[in-house]
Design a protein around this ligand. Sequence first.
Ligand SMILES: Cc1ncc(COP(=O)(O)O)c(C=O)c1O
Length: 372
Amino acid sequence: MFENIQTPKNLIPSDPRFGAGPSKVPVEFLEALRETGTNLLGTSHRKPAVKNLGKGITEGLRKYFNLPENYSVVYGNGGATLLFDMIGLGMVESKSYHFTCGEFSKKWFKSHHKIPWIDAEEKAVEFGEGQLFGDASDIDADMICVTLNETSTGVIIDDLPVINENQILAVDATSGGGQVACDLSKVDCYFFSPQKVFASEGGLFVAILSPKARERALKISDDSTRYVPEIMSWKQAISNSDKFQVYNTPSISTLFFLNEQIKLMNESGYERVVQEGKAKAKLVYDWAETKSYLSPFVKEQRFRSNVVCTINVDESLPVDSLLKKLHDEGVVYGIEAYRKLGQNQFRIGVFHNVLQDDVQKLLDLLTYYLEH
Ligand SMILES: Cc1ncc(COP(=O)(O)O)c(C=O)c1O
């Protein structure tokens, strides 16, 4: 239905990457990497050039999140999916409790549920809905799990659960980390993969641990009755990260891009990054609310993401062919609905590096097509 419409040149965004992750890596980062020439890629990750990247990442995140002195920054290979298992195997004593609202929060719950020697319980809401956590201190579980930004639906959290001194609060911050407001001093294990707000590549995890989470992880690591594969050992991850190292060989370019992005985000500071995300998301939600054929998928405003905006489109305008056309032209990448959600929907990533002008152009371009 859109094949014969020509894309107006003045509505083409300066960069086509609006996906929900991997997100836009600035071309300047690629140029900066090229400038390292023979001194970084292809050198040992146990030598200063790479260890300095680890130091930059650790210190940069401490500054960005204003972390309490006694918090640890831990990283390793495997991404957030590996951490789902690593947390279940090595940080839960006997039971985890999961607030779920979409594919990723459910995936985390399911990974714990499969581990025979712990219990996992789920409190689910419909996809597209958020939930308020309130007081979780009475819940009979030693870990409470929440997802900062549910990437499949574009739902963020609005509060943090209140926990007791024996509980660990773990937050999957994969797609919202750094851009969705969150007081990390109230979180014990805040983890993410760096290919979203942090504009790097996948395959790495970063976990920011409170002393309580660190102590729990080290205690379970020392429990000889529990088998945990060495690649998922918290002890290995923590002791290596303390020395700005990664247990096994990391992707050096991933560390490089992550460090560049942290430097960039520190120029603005956390609060401004959050606000800029909100301003871009507001453009998208306001647009959806003024058009009769659009509506925000997330009905309650306080749960609408300032990172990934999901917008339903009237069934009379099937968007698949439009998105394929824009993709083939190299004009817009990656704004399809989450594949398993099966909605006629746009899912637009407004991560830190996506320019506000480009968001506006994207909306104007979609309007042009949908109203043509
Ligand atoms: C909220 C959330 N958690 C976990 C993951 C898994 O991350 P990874 O693919 O880096 O393992 C994703 C990926 O998109 C995500 O969005």
